[in-house]
Design a protein around this ligand. Structure first.
Ligand SMILES: Nc1ncnc2c1ncn2[C@@H]1O[C@H](COP(=O)(O)OP(=O)(O)OP(=O)(O)O)[C@@H](O)[C@H]1O
Ligand SMILES: Nc1ncnc2c1ncn2[C@@H]1O[C@H](COP(=O)(O)OP(=O)(O)OP(=O)(O)O)[C@@H](O)[C@H]1O
Ligand SMILES: [Mg+2]
Ligand SMILES: [Mg+2]
Lengths: 165, 163, 163, 165
């Protein structure tokens, strides 16, 4: 199971549609302060089901919709799609690919699609669970948070081992 | 199950000690159950001792040492049970150049079994990436993606000193 | 006293807006009383808008933007009531080179009335220091101080990219 | 009022006596990870009266005494002295200089000296208050803490203004 590409449109500062192709190995994202690098990583965790607006630096989930700039008006909707490559015969695999899409509208409610078909969040969660693609506590380290593994409570460290078990 | 937790704990602990010793070029690190009478519920504490130094309260370590220790534990978890992908947002920010080089060495090995997405300002980290994307805001407030070649990265005044 | 608080608040707020606009080459920032009916007790919120962007929840700003905004507020407090000295431990870590240069520009001006002790890995910051000390651990676990000349700082591979 | 020099002996990794001379303007402290830069800045806040072991990354105040290395034994005491230059006639000024010394012993109790004479912490605090040398919340930014000004509670920001008032 591999990430193949991410399509973002209207998510935070990615007002215009952007496609990111992932290869194997290491993909580096670079650029000046405030240009959108962390926003891009948040689009990944968001499309894979992140439910906490706070962990996306927002107050409500609506905060991830493009809010306008000096030149541009705010949008009414934000969206991202993650396309995954799988082995043939993989559950939900549509010709070797799985597409997970999430939309959020003003008002904050999210819509999920699996290979284009509207589904409930639960189905996305089950899929992520089965594929091992669900965001484990140790698969995303947010900016400034690397130290938390060490300074966190003993029970939080236990959770890391439990997730790996 | 209690047994699977115990097996995982031992496995991650071994990888943690080895990865720490590799990143620090010596020293030792391990996890311990706070209460080994209660393995089903007990929290976990971390002990780490950089080479040449004495074992102390973890919090007395430096910013860079803490980051490197956390990276060692992170990679140990991955060795035990790889995630398909891993996102690292500026984890190299507190590291000096020597430690950044040690970090990307291990990162490169880990990337055989895991797709890494690494956000960084550090050219040493960029240099080991197979794919390099630049995010820009030519129009203010609007993010755009561009592909970047390593040669394009301006060789400006070096930033991090090895005094 | 309530009057002194109000005077200081206005003074710091003015300096905050000016310093922010200088560091960001535009945009605006201000502090506001959460409850202006209660100036004696009210907490303070911060609003900041980088140039070309729209005013949003402060927490949506990037790591580097937050650091630069915090630096602007810090310097505004100093302009209002200078401390004899100020210690900054790696505040430039999240900043790219363009922002680091803007930061050290303002730092240099501030240092007329305040002694700054700046811990850094960043050569752009070192370059504006009047005095440069290296801390080393030749013998492991034992810190030693050495004086350093800027020329001694190895011009190795540049670290922070301006892609 | 200016910092002239700091003398450290037995404080954290500064087991051997070290003297740091301060000039006007900007003094930069550089070096590899873990070599002692933050320890040096902590020696400054400590000799000027820091009472919280936690803000010095310790569990108890005893944690700032040199704890030994592979080669060296732990010490029984840690000490630092800050020498300040003042205008003539400044209170407590001994020929244009004030020397504040602090020692900590195993067991955690601290001893304070002003120009060599044993005094209580209260006298040091009063001196720091009068001279404006007391550590204000905005005169020391610890490693990794620059963001706290923004993410802290509204009352904490109020405190910053109150300290400047
Ligand atoms: N909903 C939104 N609509 C428009 N812009 C947004 C939205 N949310 C965040 N932004 C903008 O995105 C920018 C932050 O982007 P991001 O955090 O990705 O930067 P970065 O590239 O990681 O920078 P750094 O190197 O400083 O960490 C902020 O300037 C913020 O104003
Ligand atoms: N009481 C003590 N006795 C001996 N060594 C100590 C003591 N307290 C801390 N140390 C050591 O000091 C080192 C940390 O030093 P410090 O935090 O000053 O590093 P630094 O130069 O700021 O590094 P970085 O660039 O990573 O922030 C640790 O390795 C720690 O083991
Ligand atoms: Mg970022
Ligand atoms: Mg440090």
């Amino acid at each position: 199971l591999k990430l193949e590409r991410l399509e973002i449109s209207g998510f935070k500062s990615f007002v215009d549609p952007v496609t990111v192709h992932f290869a194997g190995g290491i993909t580096a994202i670079v650029g000046p302060n405030g240009c959108g690098k962390s926003n891009l990583s948040e689009a990944i965790t968001w499309v894979l089901g992140e439910q906490s607006a706070k962990s996306l630096r927002g107050g409500t989930m609506e905060d991830v919709i493009f809010n306008g700039s000096e030149q541009r008006k705010p949008l009414g909707m934000g969206e991202a799609s993650m396309i995954l490559r799988t082995d043939p015969g993989f559950p939900h695999s549509d010709d070797g690919r799985i597409t997970i899409t999430r939309r959020v509208f003003r008002g904050g409610e999210s819509q999920y699609r699996l290979n284009g078909k509207l589904v409930r969040l639960k189905e996305i969660k089950d899929l992520l669970m089965d594929t091992g693609l669900g965001i484990r506590a140790y698969s995303v380290i947010e900016q400034g948070k690397i130290g938390l593994i060490l300074s966190g409570k003993p029970q939080e460290r236990r959770k890391l081992i439990e997730e790996a078990a | 199950s209690a047994e699977r937790f115990a097996t995982t704990f031992v496995e991650v602990n071994k990888a943690f000690g080895e990865t720490f010793a590799r990143l620090f070029r010596g020293g030792e690190a391990e996890m311990r159950l706070l209460d080994d009478e209660d393995p089903l519920e007990s929290g976990i504490e971390i002990l780490a001792r950089p080479p040449g130094k004495r074992l102390q309260n973890l919090m007395l370590m430096s910013g860079g040492e803490k980051a490197l220790t956390a990276i060692a534990l992170l990679f140990a978890l991955f060795k035990s049970k790889p995630s398909p992908f891993c996102i690292l947002d500026e984890v190299d920010a507190p590291l000096d150049d020597v430690n950044t080089t040690r970090f990307v060495d291990v990162l490169r090995d880990m990337s055989d079994s895991t797709q890494f997405i690494v956000i960084t300002h550090n050219k040493l980290t960029m240099a080991v990436a197979g794919t390099l994307y630049g995010v820009t805001m030519e129009e203010k407030g609007v993010s755009k993606l561009v592909s970047v070649e390593m040669e394009e990265i301006q060789p400006e005044e070096p930033r991090r000193a090895t005094a």
